[in-house]
Design a protein around this ligand. Structure first.
Ligand code: FES
Ligand SMILES: [Fe+2]
Length: 355
């Protein structure tokens, strides 16, 4: 299986969860999710232990879920509280429950060994609760593509010149080298394009007319949360790298959730350090991001279709692949560590002596 499981993944925005039973699939695990009368979001295995009907096809009884086939009922910890027609509730009558945490309008679920669900490990950033920043939740982009292809695109600043020529890139960045920091978490790929015309995004937003210095920092947090820090400042301001807050600065966040091997959902949102009270600016930015991400979707789905066809040779790697390569290696290592950690140390060989 090719997913990191001991990790928090985004199941949706807070606004996506209410009284209704909602089916959500993450790392090939089907879950039924809903909000209890106390306001907590719960996630249960979406499979009745009796005849396997998904519980999402049943109904709510208070904060419990009743299976739609023979009425077995489970509370929000997954424990069976009723089996119609019998009094005893065997220990095997339960469904798995997954840890859920809701923060900044984002609903996270821990998919692996539940004893390892540590909420301190949930992605966070100070700007979420900083009054000098405005956070805006965008959409969920559905892609018929493996999550590794989606996530590696988010540590790949080189594609913007070609895939997003009207919004996030332009020809002036085609040959600017990409720097990559591969140690630690996140993996960072970045570049500055100095003294060049503003890209479409900053012509519309930021109001730059003359040349600008523009930066793109792609921070990819394992397993699959990307923070794209990009912005511009007038070239005559001579902005230093560490003073990016003095320019027009945007964080585009992508929470990449693997649904299964062939399907991924990217919940994206953005934060900005200007136009704090201006809702029209959020709409304007949403529209530009929608244009750009539809371009990524078209590329990534076409790539996936080709990957599914017979291969004659291995894909080649080029200089700009450093970030993506290191990302894939780190994911492989994480998956391997998860799959072997319960095995413990290899046993000492035992020698049997025969007389
Ligand atoms: S399948 Fe759920 S109670 Fe029978
Ligand atoms: Fe892109």
């Amino acid at each position: 299986m090719s997913f990191v499981k001991n990790a928090w993944y985004v199941a949706g925005w807070s606004r996506d969860f209410g009284d209704d039973l909602k089916k959500v699939t993450i790392v090939d695990q089907n879950m039924v999710m809903y909000r209890t009368s106390e306001g907590n979001v719960v996630a249960l295995e979406d499979r009745c232990p009796h005849r396997l009907l998904p519980l999402s096809k049943g109904r709510r009884i208070g904060d419990d879920v009743q299976c739609g086939y023979h009425g077995m009922t489970f509370d929000c910890s997954g424990k069976c509280v009723r089996i119609p027609g019998q009094d005893n509730l065997p220990a095997s009558a339960y469904v798995e429950a997954f840890a859920v945490e809701e923060r900044h309008g984002i609903v996270w679920v821990f998919m692996g060994d539940q004893s390892k669900a540590d909420t301190d490990k949930i992605f966070d950033m100070a700007e979420f609760s900083d009054p000098n920043w405005h956070a805006h939740h965008g959409d969920a982009l559905h892609l018929k593509s493996n999550y590794l292809n989606v996530a590696e695109n988010l540590v790949d600043p080189a594609h913007v010149s070609f895939v997003h020529p009207t919004t996030l890139g332009n020809a002036s960045s085609e040959n600017v080298p990409v720097h990559v920091q591969t140690k630690g978490d996140p993996i960072i790929a970045w570049r500055w394009i100095r003294n060049a015309p503003p890209i479409g995004f900053f012509q519309n937003f930021g109001g730059f007319s003359g040349n600008v210095d523009r930066w793109h920092y792609y921070n990819l947090h394992l397993p699959s949360t990307a923070v794209i820090d990009f912005g511009s400042a007038a070239t005559e301001d001579n902005l230093e790298e560490e003073n990016r807050n003095d320019g027009v600065r945007i964080f585009a966040l992508h929470f990449v959730t693997p649904v299964n091997e062939q399907y991924t959902i990217d919940h994206w949102m953005h934060l900005r350090n200007t136009a704090i009270e201006d809702e029209a600016a959020s709409e304007q930015m949403d529209a530009m991001f929608r244009t750009a991400f539809a371009e990524d979707k078209e590329v990534l789905e076409a790539v996936q279709e080709e990957e599914n066809r017979p291969q004659k040779r291995r894909p080649i790697r080029i200089a700009i692949d450093k970030g993506p390569n290191i990302y894939r290696r780190r994911i492989r290592e994480l998956i391997e560590a998860e799959q072997t950690e319960d095995l413990g140390e290899p046993e000492k060989p035992t020698f049997v002596h025969h007389d």
